[in-house]
Structures are given as structure tokens and as C-alpha cells.
Design a protein around this ligand. Structure first.
Ligand code: HEC
Ligand code: HEC
Ligand code: HEC
Ligand code: HEC
Ligand code: HEC
Length: 267
């Protein structure tokens, strides 16, 4: 619903801009009202992975995401600044990046939790904007033949390794580095759903209904798994037919006497 309102208000905002650019004196009081209502109801802007963006070579990225690389024991010792200078002198640039885009979906993490879908990471967009490979690729293996830009998962794997207590796990490594920088730079998402899509399973496999089910049977089937959603529903104005309606424009009121009965609410 809020997304719908946002899209609607976006359209109206564009209309307002057009009206301004065209020098037309079109007065749109409605748009102001709607903007105010949205600001009051929904102050925090929430990032969402851009659904319109199509990942290049998704099949390759998917395959790569499933690889587990051997653990790197020994890391070259060098100070942060030394590493940065050395990579600069080597002339490491976007041309040395293996792929413009990565899907982060490591089986190392999925072994213990799988609450969200894979995370899309625009590698070259980040590299071009940040202009410093060492910001993320902060260490290299001691092995001279290894690449300077080894995968994070070569050094960060399980949440805790008794043999390497100084290394944080892969999930924490991503969270600290990705969200940490976004927070510091005040750019890029820091809210969960800005990077993650929920891992919603295919409901064709989950919902078990046969023949021509009654509406109540469908509801009962959904409630088998979505018990909390059912309980939330029972607290809404749609069920109770009472309570405040602060966000309904020109219809703000408070109704105390509901008419919730099973005769009306036969969901
Ligand atoms: C800047 C991006 C970013 C943000 C913001 C972020 N995450 Fe993550 N998260 C990642 C990445 C990258 C991974 C590792 C994905 C992989 O390799 O499987 C991950 C992995 C996870 C995992 C383990 C994998 C899974 O599917 O269950 C959980 C749980 C998780 N994040 C929860 C959260 C929660 C909760 C928040 C908000 C408090 C959050 N994340 C915010 C990037 C992010
Ligand atoms: C914002 C952080 C960030 C920056 C900046 C960055 N990278 Fe990366 N890079 C990553 C992440 C994350 C991966 C995926 C790691 C993984 O899958 O474990 C990666 C992967 C790579 C890989 C593939 C490694 C492999 O073995 O498959 C190469 C090559 C690479 N980066 C090169 C570069 C170069 C060159 C630069 C500088 C021009 C650069 N990167 C800048 C975060 C970054
Ligand atoms: C060659 C090994 C190696 C690779 C590759 C590597 N790391 Fe690390 N990382 C380490 C070691 C060792 C530490 C602990 C020592 C330290 O904190 O300085 C560490 C610590 C960290 C920390 C916590 C300390 C800090 O910097 O604040 C984060 C976050 C992190 N790594 C993220 C990443 C990410 C993300 C990648 C991939 C882009 C990556 N690392 C690649 C070896 C590596
Ligand atoms: C050193 C800083 C830095 C690190 C580390 C970093 N980011 Fe970002 N990120 C940025 C900046 C700056 C932007 C804003 C770029 C823009 O939108 O033009 C951004 C934007 C994003 C966006 C939204 C814009 C888009 O086009 O997708 C996502 C999603 C994202 N980052 C994911 C990640 C993930 C996942 C990681 C870790 C693997 C990560 N970032 C690590 C700096 C960083
Ligand atoms: C066997 C269990 C099961 C049944 C039955 C089921 N679902 Fe789900 N559903 C899930 C799981 C697991 C998720 C993903 C986790 C989550 O978002 O809660 C989900 C997610 C969803 C979502 C996305 C929620 C979000 O936050 O993005 C919707 C919408 C949904 N279900 C609707 C339905 C409806 C409608 C029915 C009945 C026709 C139904 N489900 C029946 C298990 C089930």
C-alpha cells in the first residue's frame, strides 16, 4: 500500500515539476496534501534492491556464488597504507576486475542460515566510484602466486575458527565492510531490505488445497504457516471496523463501535 502511494506521489511530483518547467500555473494542492500525509505516516525512506535492474550474466554469477575456495592460512603482513600504495603503484584498476557484478550467496553461510535471497553486488560500479581496490581487498595471501584480490571467502569462512580467532566469519565480514562503509559515507543501503530480498519460497509447492476450496478453507491453509499474519489481521480496522483512520485523507475520524461479527467477516 505504501509502495503504491509512493509511486502515486512520484507521478504527481513529476507532474508538478513538469508544470513548473513548462511555466504553467497549475495549482496542485492535492499533491502537497498527499506528500504531507506520507511524511507523517512513513518518515524513514527504505531502500529496496532495484527490481528494474537486470543483472548481467546471472547464470555465471550464480555458479560462481556456489564455489567454496580453499582456506588461506597465511596472510602477508603489511600496513593498510603500504598495501594501498603498493596496489596503486601496481596500477591495479577496473581492467583487473574479473566481473562487473557478483551474486553473494555463499554455501558457507547458507549452511547455518538462509533467511534471505542472494545479495546483488555491483562490483565495478563500486570500484569506479571508490577508486581504491584496497578499501575492500584489504589483505592478500602470503603465497606469491595468489591474486592480490582474493575472494573474501578465502580468508573469512565460519563464524568462529579456533585456529584463527582473529578472523571474523564471512557473514560478519560482509556486514561490517559493506554496511560499515555505507554508514560512514552516508551512501548505499544500511537497512536490511536495501541489500536483501526475502527468501520467499514458491507457494505452488507449499499450499495444499484440492478441488474447489471454500474461501474459508484457503484462509485456514494460509494460517497453517502464517499464524502471526492472521493475528495481526484481527487487530486491523478491516476486521474490527473500528478505531482511528488518521491516514485516510478527508476521512480522518475515530469510530468506537465496531461491527465485527462472523456474519460480516467471513474471510
Ligand atoms: C550493505 C548490504 C547489506 C545490508 C545492509 C545487510 N546485509 Fe545481511 N548480508 C549481506 C551480504 C553480502 C551477505 C552474505 C550473502 C552470502 O554470501 O550468502 C549477508 C548475509 C546475511 C544473512 C545470512 C544469509 C541468509 O540468507 O540468511 C543474514 C541472516 C543477514 N544477512 C541478515 C541481515 C539483517 C537482519 C540486516 C539488517 C539489520 C542485514 N542483513 C543488512 C549484505 C547486507
Ligand atoms: C566495495 C568493495 C570492493 C572494491 C572497491 C573492489 N572490490 Fe573486488 N571484490 C569485492 C567483493 C565483495 C568481491 C567478491 C568476493 C567474494 O566473492 O568472496 C570482489 C571480487 C573481486 C575479484 C574476483 C576474485 C576471484 O578470485 O574470483 C577481482 C579480480 C576483484 N574483485 C578485483 C578488484 C579490483 C582490481 C578492484 C579495484 C579496481 C576491486 N576489486 C575493488 C569488493 C570490492
Ligand atoms: C588474504 C586474507 C584475507 C582476505 C582475502 C580478506 N580478508 Fe578480511 N581479514 C583478514 C584478516 C587476517 C583479518 C583480521 C586482522 C585484522 O582485523 O586486521 C581480517 C579482518 C576483516 C574484518 C574486520 C576487521 C576490519 O577490517 O575492521 C572485516 C570487516 C573484513 N576482514 C572483511 C573482508 C572482506 C569483505 C573481504 C573481501 C572483500 C576480506 N575481508 C578479504 C584477512 C583477509
Ligand atoms: C568503501 C565503501 C563501500 C563498501 C565497502 C561497499 N559499498 Fe556499497 N555503496 C557504496 C557507495 C558510495 C554507494 C552509492 C553508490 C551510488 O548509488 O551511486 C553504494 C551503493 C550500494 C548499493 C545501492 C546502489 C546500487 O547500485 O546497487 C548496494 C546494493 C550496495 N552498495 C551493496 C554493497 C555490498 C553488498 C557491499 C559489500 C560486498 C558493499 N556495497 C560495499 C560504498 C561502499
Ligand atoms: C507451508 C507453509 C506456507 C503456507 C501454507 C503458506 N505460506 Fe506464505 N510463506 C511461507 C514462508 C516460509 C514464507 C517466507 C517467510 C516469510 O516471509 O514469512 C512465506 C511468505 C509469504 C508472503 C511474502 C511475505 C513477505 O513478507 O514478503 C506472502 C504474501 C505469503 N506468504 C502469502 C501466503 C498466502 C496468501 C497463503 C495461502 C494461500 C500462504 N502464504 C500459504 C510459508 C507458507
Amino acid at each position: 500500500m505504501t509502495r503504491m502511494i509512493r509511486r502515486l506521489s512520484g507521478g504527481i511530483a513529476i507532474l508538478t515539476v513538469f508544470a513548473a518547467i513548462g511555466g504553467l500555473t497549475v495549482f496542485l494542492p492535492g499533491s502537497l496534501l498527499i506528500h504531507e500525509a506520507i511524511a507523517a505516516a512513513d518518515p524513514a525512506p527504505v531502500h529496496q534492491p532495484d527490481p528494474a535492474w537486470v543483472a548481467p550474466d546471472q547464470e555465471k554469477a550464480k555458479k560462481r556464488a556456489q564455489e567454496i575456495v580453499p582456506f588461506v592460512e597465511a596472510v602477508m603482513e603489511e600496513c593498510e597504507l603500504c598495501r594501498q600504495m603498493r596496489l596503486r603503484e601496481m596500477g591495479l584498476g577496473i581492467k583487473d576486475s574479473a566481473s562487473a557484478y557478483y551474486l553473494l550467496d555463499s554455501p558457507i553461510i547458507k549452511k547455518s542460515e538462509d533467511l534471505y535471497g542472494p545479495v546483488r553486488f555491483k562490483h565495478n560500479k563500486h570500484a569506479a566510484q571508490l577508486k581504491d581496490c584496497a578499501l575492500c581487498h584489504h589483505y592478500r595471501p602470503l603465497d606469491e602466486n595468489a591474486k592480490e584480490t582474493t575472494r573474501c571467502s578465502a580468508c573469512h569462512q565460519e563464524a568462529f575458527r579456533p585456529d584463527h580467532p582473529e578472523r571474523i566469519g564471512l557473514k560478519a565480514a560482509f556486514h561490517q565492510q559493506c554496511a560499515g562503509c555505507h554508514q560512514e559515507m552516508k551512501q548505499g543501503p544500511t537497512d536490511c531490505l536495501g541489500c536483501h530480498n526475502k527468501n520467499v519460497p514458491d507457494h505452488k509447492e507449499l499450499v495444499m488445497l484440492s478441488g474447489k476450496p471454500q474461501p474459508t478453507e484457503v484462509t485456514r491453509e494460509c494460517l497453517r504457516c502464517h499464524k502471526a499474519a492472521g493475528e495481526d489481521m484481527l487487530k486491523t480496522a478491516h476486521w474490527l471496523w473500528k478505531g482511528p483512520s488518521p491516514h485516510t485523507l478527508n476521512r480522518s475520524k475515530h469510530v468506537e463501535h465496531g461491527k465485527a461479527t462472523s456474519a460480516v467477516n467471513n474471510f
